[in-house]
Design a protein. Structure first.
Lengths: 354, 354
């Protein structure tokens, strides 16, 4: 028997390593990435900034200038604190590490899988409440679960992944008020595509923090996430951040790239328009059920979803097959792509069912 | 009372946030950084690589090409596995998360402070064994501590920071053999400046892994660390790595920059020569005690160390003041700089004591 089999805790050994399927030369509509690449003119300027990075020196430890840029981009008030991570994942892990042994994380399901996975990594209990049949929060069950499990952290993706919808604002407020001893973490990864946000509410609820990321607005390659919360809260959570976690290239690149607010907002508006196009086109195909989306992707239920998924792949289009996920039988998730990508996608789906 | 004061575990609240002193325009000889910046010609080529990074896409998940580059740079056999982290810190945290609640990390002291800090972050016990008066491993005490605490992980920096020396090879082998149920982690951050390494030994000891980093060889800004170990061990530890942890800019930059093996090795040789210059020059100053170093820094004991430290700062030179660290009374640590920086540093120290 190998050393590691004896050494490593069994619940980690039991995890199947997460394999990202290679996209090869396919049209990628699987990972909530933005289809827009940088304009050539912006690349030139951007590289001239990077030329001045002193790579032999450690990064700026607190990324202050980058935080300023993020405040401007996302209209974050100076009164709130910002904590940066390598993707939201690192921030979820910092929150989980802030818990004591024996504490519990509560989330709703189906939702983003990393809440559960990171609870396991950090040896914290994980409990979930199921969404109702419309993927809306079942407020009675949720309040019941809060009272039963007394969670330390509650993660809710708003809008939700993989269902795409936002939840009732009043349900969220009920949860924040009921779970007054828990930190409620609203994961607003898809904020740029949503009608609503709790950004203006953070100052009113001491037990509320938000997560955001630049991954869905054109910069997945940067792996930059942020937590927004009360300044005192952020100051304490910051103690759990590993030193110099945001490297110099990310800091300098993000500072330059994220100041192009108009470009970023215009791209988001194009995606929202295209989301309408995709929703309408899919809804018009007989037998498909399209769920309402506030994000840059659509969840839809399709007869023989596995086959459609494979057929799309054979036609060079990669989407996400969720049909084996509990509650998501025959469901597929497609990320909104460029005008041309969306057109090609619809064409393949139409001819599959036509 | 604020929400976070009630919510956050007390041992984290008690941590004093780690403040990196601003270096302003000082000569930085405090952080084991390389003094060498990139040649202009290399920057041009490097930027042309970066121009092709698709920032709207997620990074390559397993960083395979970058691992190939690191194998070539560090002569890592194909039989060994490599795990990448945002600095060694992320890898230390992955190792600590692999432990069960109630497990113990053992390290020697004085050593790198993050072993202790990350044990606290991850809610694992931390025990230490003191080095002897020459900063060599006290093998009897260490064997005793292994039997007493039955540690799950043993961290040893080889060469050690902040003392600069490497330990007796046979002591390390005794530890690996005695602690056969522990994973022994040799942190070879300073490998480029040392006469010895355990790289060739990893294949012979199933409970041995190495940590390395590119921070001390010219690329602190990249925050790139690696764990080298048995393939099966790395495959299991990899399950605890957060997805896409190494961003696209780091992957592409490091692949290009780290292929310049001759340049990197020549720079390391210059540092080793300059280490000899600094050692000799400091030793010749009356009252100074210089510890032997296998790293890119020197630890030395100096009368009125606090005053000398301030005097250096007044003269525009920042080094590290360790005189308040247990066992290091009146000790300062200076990173080997460029020929000119080292000359200036020696001049200030000489005139201070002259």
């Amino acid at each position: 028997m190998s050393f590691i089999k004896n050494w490593l805790r069994a619940d980690i050994q039991d995890i199947n390593a997460y394999h990202v399927p290679p996209a090869l030369d396919m049209i990628k509509m699987d990972a909530m990435e933005s289809p827009f690449s940088l304009p050539d003119e912006m690349i030139k300027q951007y590289l001239s900034y990077l030329a001045n990075v002193e790579l032999n020196r450690y990064p700026v430890p607190d990324s202050q200038e980058l935080k300023r840029t993020l405040r401007d981009l996302m209209d974050i008030e100076d009164e709130l604190g910002i904590l940066l991570g390598n993707g939201s994942d690192e921030l979820i892990q910092i929150l989980a590490l802030a818990c004591k042994s024996g504490d519990t994380i509560l989330s709703i399901e189906p939702s983003f899988v990393m809440y559960d996975i990171i609870a396991k990594f950090t040896r914290i209990n994980y409990k979930n409440v199921q969404l109702d049949d419309n993927f809306e929060i079942d407020i009675d069950s949720t309040i019941h679960a809060i009272k039963k499990y007394n969670p330390k952290l509650i993660f809710i993706a708003y809008p939700n992944n993989p269902t795409g919808n936002s939840f009732s604002r009043s349900h969220i407020i009920d949860i924040i008020n009921t779970a007054s001893e828990a930190l409620v973490v609203l994961d607003e990864a898809y904020y740029a595509y949503a009608d609503d946000s709790f950004l203006k509410d953070v100052a009113n609820f001491p037990n509320l923090v938000l997560l955001r990321t630049v991954s869905k607005i054109g910069f997945a390659g940067l792996r930059l996430g942020l937590l927004i919360g009360d300044k005192g809260t952020v100051e304490q959570l910051d103690k759990l951040r590993l030193p110099y976690n945001i490297n110099s290239l990310t800091q300098v690149s993000a500072r330059f790239l994220l100041q192009h607010k108009n470009e970023i907002n215009n791209n988001a508006n194009t995606i929202i328009e295209q989301r309408t196009y995709l929703t309408d086109a899919l809804t018009n195909i007989n037998g498909l059920l399209v769920y309402p989306s506030q994000a840059n992707f659509l969840l839809f239920q399709a007869p023989n979803a596995d086959n459609l998924f494979e057929n799309l792949k054979d036609n060079g289009i990669l989407i996400k097959n969720l049909s084996n996920v509990p509650r998501l039988t025959n469901c597929l998730r497609v990320t909104v792509g460029s005008v041309e990508q969306n057109r090609q996608f619809i064409e393949v789906v139409r001819s599959y069912y036509g």
